[in-house]
Ligand binder design. Structure first.
Ligand SMILES: Nc1ncnc2c1ncn2[C@@H]1O[C@H](COP(=O)(O)OP(=O)(O)OP(=O)(O)O)[C@@H](O)[C@H]1O
Length: 290
């Protein structure tokens, strides 16, 4: 599929200029539990209703991202990664601080990507692209490319309600749509894990092409390979706090060592290590090592 030619757009200009500024961001959620009142509150403050318990899903988060950067967000489940992406996308508002985003954002944060279950795939393409400011003519021009990228199963189901799509078909259509938009910032949450291997590889090539054009990428993934392939910078979130903001390899090392409690070796060195182990193994077994 032809993604918009870089000559159409200004993504390549002012490379590195700040496009996202997150300043002391915080958001508080209800836990769903109710806190029991203390005797002091009941007697002296005359409070009778139970207070709902809250927690900070993100607290004191500050960083800046420059145009053209590819940032990987890492952290274990519940660390706050998706919440942060939603705040950058503007679908969640902070309780503290602010996220300033200076350019348009194409988010694929949830599998359903903001698509409407009752509408068909075709209607959802028009709706999603239209909401991002694309004219009807431009959508028509790109329609076939979007559907080609999404694959034959999606093409055959274009007039079927989106709620009948399998999770793989949903992510195919979602990724095809968001990556054909002209938005300079792209947010991709773990969703790619749902697609099959061939589709994932197609998505990777598309992401490489978008980065090549100078777009800015935020990628949430639990895949070490994906993060190291695409991201030059990493942010590690743990329990809603930022643990580290550094180059992707250092962030991956900090996260993996924290998670697994053993030294982490970057894949490129690991292969050499593995080769060495194999060599040792073969030597130990009496094979001749050249
Ligand atoms: N709307 C909400 N209301 C209440 N709690 C929420 C809401 N959204 C998220 N949370 C909670 O906020 C915390 C952070 O969730 P978030 O989805 O951002 O984590 P994550 O790092 O993306 O996790 P995962 O790797 O599992 O996707 C979790 O404890 C989650 O249960």
């Amino acid at each position: 599929m032809s993604i918009p030619a870089s000559s159409d757009v200004h993504w390549k200009t002012n490379y590195g200029e700040p496009v996202i500024t997150v300043d002391n961001l915080g958001i508080e959620f209800l836990t769903g539990r109710k806190r029991s009142l203390s005797l002091r509150e009941i007697i002296f403050q005359r409070r009778m209703t139970h207070e709902k318990e809250t927690f900070w899903a993100l607290k004191n988060i500050s960083f800046q991202v420059g145009r053209g950067e590819a940032v990987g967000l890492v952290g274990s489940n519940g660390g706050g990664k998706s919440t942060l992406l939603k705040m950058i996308a503007g679908t969640l508002l902070p309780d503290e601080g602010k996220a300033t985003v200076r350019e348009g954002v194409a988010p694929l944060i949830e599998l359903t990507g903001g698509f409407i279950a009752e509408l068909s795939g075709r209607e959802n393409i028009y709706m999603a692209a239209g909401l991002h400011g694309m004219s009807k003519e431009k959508i028509e021009e790109r329609f076939d490319d979007i559907v080609d990228f999404a694959g034959p199963k999606v093409r055959d189901s274009l007039d079927v309600p989106y709620r009948h799509y399998s999770s793989g078909m949903q992510v195919r259509l979602g990724f095809a749509v968001i990556t054909c938009l002209d938005e300079p910032i792209i947010l991709v949450d773990e969703v790619l894990a749902v697609g099959d291997a061939a589709f994932r590889e197609k998505c990777y090539q598309r992401m490489e092409a978008l980065l090549e054009q100078g777009r800015t990428l935020f990628l949430v993934s639990h895949s070490e390979g994906d993060l190291l392939r695409f991201c030059t910078r990493g942010i590690y979130l743990k329990g809603g706090k930022m643990v580290l903001d550094s180059d992707m390899e250092s962030v991956m090392k900090a996260y993996m060592e924290d998670l697994l409690g053993v030294p982490w070796i970057p894949p490129k060195e690991r292969n050499a290590e593995d080769a060495l182990y194999n060599r040792r193994d073969r030597t130990a077994k009496g094979f001749k090592v050249e």
